[in-house]
Design a protein. Structure first.
Length: 224
């Protein structure tokens, strides 16, 4: 753990708390530590062309998903209408004495169970339809891309807020700062570092799921 303390009433220095005994970590001026904390943000920068292509691919997958969802919704609504018709017809037959009470009870229970299952499936589709995954991905990628420029232009309070959005924690030694990135910025950092944006695109064009605040599908990009 590193803590800050005032010196001469105006300077802020950071030092190891010494909780685990004597430590060789030197003291850092606040300005120096702030500069070091900003350096890892450069590792999130990527070409604008890559950002554009990723968002385009996600939006294309989202459009296909919306189309499939509409088709599935129509199928489920048709099935629900069929169940209701069966229940109405059977109830009429019961009133007219064409079927027994026991038969009505058994069949109506089965229909009610299926009705609830279909309604739950429709509710699940409604939940999946909410939100714009492509827009979410675009905002996250743009934040990653501009993080360093934002950091150096802000005051200390805003710097801290930005770092909390991007990092879980940081380790520091006498030379460098090693951040632990939050998701999905950890994946963005690894892709920028390796440059493997297009790996296996031609061999495996199937959609895969990745975290961009929520799960999003990309048919060709960001694949392992």
């Amino acid at each position: 753990m590193v803590t800050g303390e005032f010196k001469k009433g105006k300077y802020v220095y950071y030092r190891c708390t010494g909780h685990r005994g004597k430590c060789d970590l030197p003291r850092f001026r606040e300005e120096e530590l702030a500069q070091r904390l900003g350096e890892p943000l450069k590792g999130l920068q990527m070409p604008e062309e890559i950002v554009s292509r990723i968002v385009t691919a996600i939006r294309k997958d989202q459009q296909q998903s919306v189309s499939k969802t509409k088709t599935e919704r129509s199928r489920l609504e048709a099935r629900l209408a069929t169940i209701h018709k069966h229940m109405d017809d059977a109830y009429t037959d019961k009133l007219n004495g064409k079927i027994t009470e026991d038969f009505w009870e058994r069949r109506s229970n089965d229909w009610r169970i299926e009705e609830q299952q279909v309604k739950m499936a429709i509710e699940g589709l409604e939940s999946a339809e909410t939100g714009d995954r492509a827009l979410d991905a675009q905002r996250i990628l743009e934040l990653a891309n501009k993080a360093y420029l934002l950091y150096v232009s802000e005051d200390s309070t805003e710097k801290a807020k930005l770092l909390k959005k991007l990092f879980w924690n940081c380790s520091v030694d006498a030379v460098s700062v090693m951040p632990t990135y939050r998701k999905p910025f950890d994946m963005i950092f690894e892709r920028v570092k390796s440059g493997r944006w297009w790996a296996r695109r031609d061999l495996n064009p199937q959609p895969r799921d990745y975290e961009f605040g929520r799960r999003v599908e990309s048919r060709r990009l960001l694949t392992n």
